[in-house]
Design a protein around this ligand. Structure first.
Ligand SMILES: Cc1cc2nc3c(=O)[nH]c(=O)nc-3n(C[C@H](O)[C@H](O)[C@H](O)COP(=O)(O)OP(=O)(O)OC[C@H]3O[C@@H](n4cnc5c(N)ncnc54)[C@H](O)[C@@H]3O)c2cc1C
Length: 157
């Protein structure tokens, strides 16, 4: 007699929980996926924005994301995945302000000229900090840790 398939509950239908549930089910388990939000997806989910379906948080998939692309194809969604050039922008006070280069930066209305100068200084100094050979040891720090310390010291939280 074959043993009964194990019954497994997975809590959270973000990308981790859904892929875990998929793999367990593929392995023969009877899986129940539990999600407290009204829709699945977690941080990588979507929401309605004035009639448009948009990312809950901005997310990108680039052509080198081989595992994500392979998963998409495995799920039969490969034909719906298209790579297009994208722009970046900030939605402030009901308007979208493009932020895709030096020209946009120099015109960027949400920041005052002083704010723009401050941001340019922080960015420029950060690049120097990262490229200076004498700072090589600092580069060994986890990037997030160093950026967090550097950014909060210069620009506040
Ligand atoms: C602004 C932003 C941008 C990002 N951009 C990218 C990107 O471009 N590329 C990339 O690869 N990653 C990106 N990430 C990271 C990515 O979103 C996360 O790593 C990933 O979505 C985490 O998935 P997860 O399943 O581990 O967790 P989550 O997405 O947090 O899912 C957890 C789920 O569990 C549910 N849950 C929690 N507790 C319970 C409970 N007690 N009962 C029931 N349900 C519960 C939650 O409601 C949620 O749906 C970004 C993240 C953020 C915030």
């Amino acid at each position: 007699m074959r043993p009964a398939a194990p019954r497994i509950g997975v809590v959270g239908a973000g990308i981790l929980g859904t892929v875990l549930a998929l793999r367990l089910a593929q392995g023969g388990a009877r899986v129940t996926l539990l999600e407290r939000a009204p829709t699945p997806g977690g941080l990588a989910g979507s929401m309605d924005f004035d009639g448009h379906r948009v990312d809950r948080f901005y997310h990108v998939i680039v052509p080198s994301d081989e595992r994500m692309i392979a998963l998409t194809e495995e799920l039969g969604l490969g034909a719906e995945l298209h790579f297009t050039p994208v722009g970046a922008g900030f939605f402030v006070d009901g308007r979208m302000h493009p932020f895709n280069g030096v020209g946009d930066f120099l015109r960027f209305p949400p920041l005052s000229p002083l704010g723009r100068a401050r941001l340019a200084w922080i960015e420029g100094e950060g690049r120097f900090w990262y490229s200076a050979p004498s700072r090589a040891a600092v580069k060994a720090l986890p990037e997030g840790l160093h950026r967090a310390r550097y950014g909060s010291r210069r620009a506040g939280r």
